[in-house]
Design a protein around this ligand. Structure first.
Ligand code: SF4
Length: 378
C-alpha cells in the first residue's frame, strides 16, 4: 500500500493480532485475562479498572511566574520517562505523521515553494498532502536558505490559526490565503502588508474553516498592525504579548523563525500523554504548568526541548490518539527486555480483541504507519 493511501484510509491494519505479546507480570497470565474478557463481554460490564500506577513523583512548586526562572531548578525525572520516551522516538522513526509534513513549522517552506513556482510560471501550484513526501529535496533546498521576514510572519499566522484546528485544515486555509494574495499582486503572497490591507470581515470569511475564525481574524489584524518594524519579535517575552500568542506558539515561533530554543512548546497531545504516562502530577491539565514541569525535568537535557514536541505530537496524532489508540501496534504494549518498561495505560481489552480476531478496524489513520506495522509483524 502506498504511503499516500494511508492518509486517507487504513482498513486492514488489525492484522497484527498474531504478533501481540503480553509478557509483563503486571498484566496477569494471558489465559486468565481471556476468561475475564469473555465473562465481561457476556455481562457487558464497565471498563476494566486500570492497575494502580506505581511511578515515582516529584513535588513541584508553580508559584514562580518568572520565565527566566523557569527551568532554572532541576527536578527528578520520572523513572519511566527515558525508557518510554526512547521507545516513542524509535516508533517515530518508523511513522510519518501530519506534524512531520504539514505541521505549522513546515508551512512557510511549503508556501515558499508555491511562491517560487508562481514567480516562474504565473500559475498557482496546489500542494496535496500526499505528494509532500516526494517534495523533500525541493523543500530542503528552500530550508537551506534559512528564514526571511515573510516566512517568519507566515509561521506566526499559521500558529495563530492552529489552536482548535487540525493541521490538515490549517494547511488548506494557509495555501488558499497565500494563493489569494499572490494572485492579487502581492509578490510574497501572505505577508504583513497584505493582511494590513484586508478588511477584518473579509479575512474572517477567507478563514472560516479555522476554529474560532472570527476571533482569530481580529487577533491577526491587531497583531499584524502592531508589527511596526516589518518583522515579528525575536524574544518569548515580546511574542507572548501579541494577541492570540501564548507560550505554546511562542516557543515554536522562536524555534522555527529565529532558531532560538528557550523553552518547550506543549500542546494538548503532550498534556494527555504526560498525564497518561505519569510524567507529571495526575490531572495537571494546564499546558503552561506542564511546560514548566518538563522544562524543570529536562533542565540538564536542553537538547530535547526542541525535539520533544514533534516526537510526542506525531505519536499522539497517529498511534496513541485521543480516541481509538493503537495499543496493538504500539511498541510500548510489549515489555522491553532492556528497560523493563511497559506502558501504564495499555488498553488490555483491545489487545485481547485483536488476539482473538474480533477487532475490526476501518478507521482513518492520520499518517503513514506502514513501516511500524511491518516492524511489529516482523
Ligand atoms: S495507551 Fe496504548 S497506544 Fe498509548 S502509549 Fe500506551 S500502549 Fe501505546
Amino acid at each position: 500500500m502506498s504511503r499516500s493511501r494511508h492518509f486517507t484510509r487504513a482498513a486492514t491494519l488489525r492484522q497484527t493480532g498474531s504478533s501481540v505479546t503480553i509478557k509483563h507480570e503486571d498484566l496477569g497470565t494471558f489465559d486468565s485475562e481471556i476468561k475475564k474478557f469473555d465473562k465481561e463481554r457476556q455481562n457487558q460490564p464497565p471498563t476494566i479498572a486500570r492497575k494502580k500506577r506505581n511511578i515515582k513523583h516529584i513535588k513541584l512548586e508553580y508559584e514562580d511566574q518568572d520565565e527566566e526562572a523557569a527551568g532554572a531548578e532541576s527536578v527528578d525525572i520520572s523513572e519511566n520517562f527515558f525508557p518510554l520516551y526512547n521507545k516513542i522516538k524509535e516508533m517515530r522513526e518508523l511513522i510519518v505523521t501530519p506534524v512531520d509534513l504539514i505541521g505549522c513549522v513546515k508551512i512557510p517552506t511549503l508556501l515558499k515553494l508555491i511562491t517560487n513556482h508562481y514567480k516562474e510560471t504565473g500559475v498557482i501550484r496546489h500542494i496535496e498532502i500526499a505528494e509532500i513526501s516526494g517534495l523533500q529535496d525541493e523543500l530542503k533546498l528552500i530550508e537551506k536558505h534559512g528564514t526571511d521576514r515573510f516566512s517568519r510572519y507566515q509561521l506566526l499566522v499559521t500558529l495563530l490559526f492552529s489552536s482548535q484546528t487540525k493541521d490538515e485544515i490549517n494547511f488548506q486555509v494557509m495555501q488558499a490565503l497565500h494563493a489569494h494574495y499572490l494572485q492579487k499582486g502581492y509578490k510574497e503572497g501572505l505577508c504583513i502588508e497584505s493582511i494590513n490591507d484586508t478588511d477584518e470581515k473579509e479575512l474572517d470569511k477567507m478563514i472560516f474553516q479555522i476554529g474560532f475564525h472570527s476571533r482569530k481574524a481580529l487577533y491577526l489584524k491587531e497583531t499584524t498592525a502592531s508589527l511596526q518594524n516589518g518583522d515579528i519579535p525575536d524574544t518569548i517575552e515580546a511574542l507572548v504579548k501579541l494577541k492570540g500568542i501564548g507560550y505554546k506558539m511562542g516557543h515554536l515561533i522562536l524555534q522555527g523563525a529565529w532558531n532560538k530554543v528557550v523553552g518547550i512548546s506543549v500542546d494538548t497531545h503532550m498534556v494527555r500523554l504526560c498525564n497518561m504516562f505519569g510524567w507529571t502530577p495526575k490531572n495537571e491539565k494546564n499546558p503552561d504548568n506542564i511546560r514548566k514541569i518538563l522544562e524543570q525535568m529536562l533542565v540538564n537535557h536542553k537538547e530535547m526541548w526542541n525535539e520533544i514536541n514533534p516526537v510526542l505530537v506525531g505519536f499522539g496524532q497517529t498511534v496513541c490518539t485521543p480516541v481509538g489508540r493503537r495499543c496493538d501496534l504500539c511498541l510500548l504494549s510489549t515489555i522491553d527486555k532492556k528497560n523493563d518498561v511497559v506502558c501504564p495505560a495499555i488498553d488490555k481489552k483491545l489487545l485481547l480483541r485483536v488476539q482473538r480476531g474480533v477487532e475490526k478496524d476501518d478507521r482513518k489513520i492520520r499518517g503513514d504507519i506502514e513501516r511500524l506495522v511491518e516492524y511489529k509483524n516482523s
